[in-house]
Ligand binder design. Sequence first.
Ligand SMILES: Cc1cc2nc3c(=O)[nH]c(=O)nc-3n(C[C@H](O)[C@H](O)[C@H](O)COP(=O)(O)O)c2cc1C
Length: 321
Amino acid sequence: MEIKQLKVGKFILPSNVLMAPLAGYTCYPFRILCQEMGAGLCFTEMVSANALKYKDKATSRLLFTTDDEHRKAVQLLGGDPAVMQKIACSEELSQFGLIDINMGCPVPNVLKSGEGSALLKDLKRAGNIIRLCKKSGKAVSVKCRVGVESSHRIAAEFAKMCEDAGADMISIHGRTRSMMYTGTPLYDQIAEAKAVVDIPVIANGGIFSVAEADKMMQETGADGVMIGRYGLEHPYIFSELTGKPVTKSRYEILIQQLTLTEAYYDESFTLEYIRKLASYLMRKQPGTKQYKQKLYQCGSIEELKGLLYEAFEVVPGKGDL
Ligand SMILES: Cc1cc2nc3c(=O)[nH]c(=O)nc-3n(C[C@H](O)[C@H](O)[C@H](O)COP(=O)(O)O)c2cc1C
């Protein structure tokens, strides 16, 4: 795919390869990693505007960042335009230059509250949310799906609505809400959306190789791609696509992630996050199956460090990219 800079509001993204927001994974350390690997932008996981309104501590932790993170982007989940405006303009979000609005989450409880992909069926409210979030003066983007079910495919209409309401970028997961996370993305839907707007359109869904990123770009004509699960399994994809040189082995990545997480989060968060990330990084790595099972038996960070060393470094070849 052609790598280029992208202008999103006041931001100039160094590449058009983005890391998707992933609940439970795209915490500050992981975003730093993706940035180093060449991702043009990384988002926090979805952060509930309502939970922030009620000052929920665990939710505020999701906003943690430092000056080492360039181009800070937060993803907000919410269905009430007034609450979204209040949070978008709040002091808590002052560090973030870009707000991404989640209009694609398929989880039943989220849907019931009129948030996430429920907004795909309420364009008026979705537009109001975008307009009111823009009052923050920050760049605003939207992440959505192509529709709710196979009889409801509205990517072009939805993208136009986002642009008219003031969105600076739209990322489209090429699946409907009922497809959840499987099935071939509906490339034609993303292509139709791209054809009707001038703001950057980012195509997401099912990219698990360089070839699939190329295919996504060819089929949709999008301005860039967004990588989700494959970014966890193979963060090198960002460097492979952008050409940014990277020399870190999987072991070095995990140690960097552990060190950063330990420095800024508590032990239980660190243990949980590193176990989950290591498990992804071990996928398809020969000889690591036994260690994957043991990961969840590690009760302390020291034990976890020992296991990672054994799994990736002791056996020759394990540290290979
Ligand atoms: C574990 C997990 C967590 C996710 N969390 C979020 C989220 O917080 N916000 C969001 O907009 N999408 C979320 N998604 C959807 C992804 O951002 C992405 O759209 C989806 O996984 C499709 O991309 P992929 O096929 O490259 O993984 C999540 C997906 C997964 C698998």
